[in-house]
Design a protein around this ligand. Structure first.
Ligand SMILES: Nc1ncnc2c1ncn2[C@@H]1O[C@H](COP(=O)(O)OP(=O)(O)OP(=O)(O)O)[C@@H](O)[C@H]1O
Ligand SMILES: [Mg+2]
Length: 393
C-alpha cells in the first residue's frame, strides 16, 4: 500500500496547521429558535456533545491549529461553514433529531463538498444501528449474540414467534432489550424471561419510535477496545502501523449489583470503572485487538471506533456494538474509555487527535478520497512551504 513517509506527513501537518480553518461540529439543539424548520422526535437519545467538541478543539489548538471554531449541526450549519470559510470539519455529533441522525452531518458535508474527519454517512448509520451492524458482523463471521429486531410496525413482540424460536431456541432468559440506535445505556433493559419481553419492547417503541433489539443477557466479563487507521502518533511523532491500529483494551468493572454498565448519564465514567488488561492477559488483549482490526477492515472504516464486547456464559467474546463517535471527554479530570488505556501504546490524548488528523490528510494526499478541492489546493500551497519549514531530525 502506498504511503507517505512519516516525516513528509509531519512536515505537511506542521505547515498546514496554522493555515487551515477547522470546525469541530457538535450536536445541534432543536429547541433553539431557528435550529430546525419543524421539531420532530429523536430516534436516538439526544446529547449535544459540545463539551467534548471543546476538548477536541483545544487539543487541535495545542497541536498548532490556529483557526478552530465549534459549530452545532443544525439548519444554519451550511451558512456558518461558508461564513467561517471552513476547510476541514471534525464530526463530534450524534445529530439533532429524526431518523439516522448520526448520518446527517456527514451527508450534509458530502453535499456541500467539505472534507471531514469522521465516518461517511453509510458507515455512521450502519454502526449506529445495532441490528444492521450485527447482521454485518454475522456476515463477516465475527462473534455477536443472536438477536431479534422488532420494529414498531410489527406491533406486539412475539416471544414465541418463529424469529424468536430461530434466534433463541429454548433459551428462557434473561434477555436484554435496547433501542437499535442508542447511547450511554439509555433504555437498555434487563428482562428476566420471555413473558416480560413484549412490555420491554413496547417501552423502546414508545420512547424512540424505532425498532427494539432483543438478545440474550451475556453474563460474562465486559471489555472495550478502540481502533483507528494505521497512521498514528506517539509523543507527537507520527508512525504508521501495518494495518488498523487497535489500542486501549480495557475491562469494564461492574459492581456486584450492576447487571449492565451504566454509562455517563447515570454514573460518570471514572478511572475506577475500568482497568487496562494486565501483561499476563496478553492473549486476551490480542484477541480484542484482533477483533477490533477485523471490524475496521471488514466495514472499510475510515475513522476511530470503540468496540464494546461482553463474554457469554462459556467465556467467549461477543461484540455488542462499535461506537461511531466514541466519547473523547478530556480535561478537568474527565476520563474516557478510548484514551484511558492509550498509554499502552505510549500515546496520549493529543497524540490521538494528531494521529486522526494525519490519517485523514494522508488519505487526501494519496488521492484516496474525493479529491476535495480545498485540501488539494491547500496541499499545493503548503507543499513548498512544508519542505522549507520542516524540522529535519
Ligand atoms: N446482550 C447483553 N448482555 C449483557 N449486557 C448487555 C448486553 N447488551 C448490552 N449490555 C449492557 O448494556 C450496556 C450498554 O449496551 P450497548 O453498549 O449495547 O449500548 P449503548 O447504550 O449504545 O452503550 P454505550 O454506553 O456504549 O453508548 C453495555 O455496556 C452492557 O453492560
Ligand atoms: Mg456500548
Amino acid at each position: 500500500m502506498a504511503q507517505l513517509g512519516n516525516e513528509d506527513l509531519e512536515a505537511f501537518l506542521a505547515a498546514l496547521a496554522p493555515r487551515l480553518r477547522v470546525a469541530v461540529i457538535h450536536g445541534g439543539d432543536k429547541t433553539v429558535p431557528g435550529a430546525v424548520l419543524q421539531q420532530t422526535p429523536n430516534c436516538r437519545p439526544w446529547r449535544s456533545y459540545a463539551t467534548v467538541a471543546g476538548a477536541i478543539g483545544r487539543s487541535l489548538e495545542q497541536l498548532g491549529f490556529r483557526d478552530v471554531v465549534l459549530l452545532p449541526d443544525d439548519r444554519n450549519l451550511p451558512a456558518r461553514l461558508e461564513a467561517e470559510r471552513i476547510q476541514l470539519a471534525w464530526l463530534n455529533t450524534g445529530g439533532m433529531q429524526g431518523r439516522d441522525p448520526m448520518a446527517h452531518a456527514p451527508a450534509l458535508l458530502e453535499l456541500l463538498g467539505i472534507p471531514y474527519i469522521g465516518h461517511d454517512p453509510l458507515n455512521a448509520s450502519r454502526l449506529d444501528n445495532k441490528h444492521v451492524f450485527k447482521r454485518e458482523l454475522q456476515a463477516l463471521g465475527l462473534p455477536t449474540a443472536p438477536f431479534v429486531v422488532w420494529a414498531p410496525s410489527r406491533g406486539t413482540y412475539e416471544a414465541e414467534g418463529p424469529e424468536a424460536r430461530s434466534a433463541f431456541g429454548d433459551y428462557a432468559g434473561p434477555f436484554v432489550v435496547k433501542p437499535v440506535s442508542g447511547r450511554a445505556s439509555v433504555l437498555v433493559d434487563v428482562v428476566a424471561n420471555r413473558l416480560e419481553l413484549p412490555a420491554a419492547v413496547e417501552r423502546v417503541h414508545s420512547a424512540m419510535r424505532s425498532a427494539a433489539l432483543v438478545e440474550p443477557y451475556l453474563p460474562g466479563r465486559e471489555f472495550c477496545v478502540s481502533v483507528g487507521g494505521p497512521v498514528a502518533c506517539r509523543g507527537r511523532r507520527l508512525f504508521q502501523a501495518d494495518g488498523p491500529l487497535a489500542f486501549s483494551a480495557l475491562e469494564r468493572l461492574l459492581d456486584a449489583d450492576e447487571p449492565i454498565f451504566t454509562s455517563m448519564d447515570q454514573r460518570p465514567i471514572t478511572a475506577e470503572r475500568a482497568r487496562a488488561l494486565a501483561p499476563e492477559e496478553a492473549a486476551l488483549r490480542e484477541e480484542l485487538f484482533d477483533l477490533a482490526r477485523q471490524i475496521y477492515r471488514g466495514f472499510d472504516l475510515e475513522f476511530l471506533v470503540r468496540v464494546d464486547l461482553r463474554m457469554d456464559a462459556a467465556g467467549r467474546l461477543m461484540v455488542l456494538e462499535a461506537n461511531p463517535k466514541p466519547d473523547l471527554q478530556h480535561g478537568n479530570g474527565a476520563v474516557n474509555l478510548t484514551t484511558l488505556g492509550i498509554s499502552d501504546q505510549g500515546m496520549d490524548y493529543d497524540d490521538l487527535v494528531m494521529g486522526l488528523v494525519a490519517e485523514r490528510l494522508q488519505r487526501a494526499l494519496l488521492g484516496r478520497d474525493l479529491g476535495h478541492p480545498q485540501l488539494v489546493a491547500i496541499e499545493s500551497i503548503v507543499k513548498a512551504a512544508a519542505v522549507a519549514e520542516a524540522p529535519r531530525s
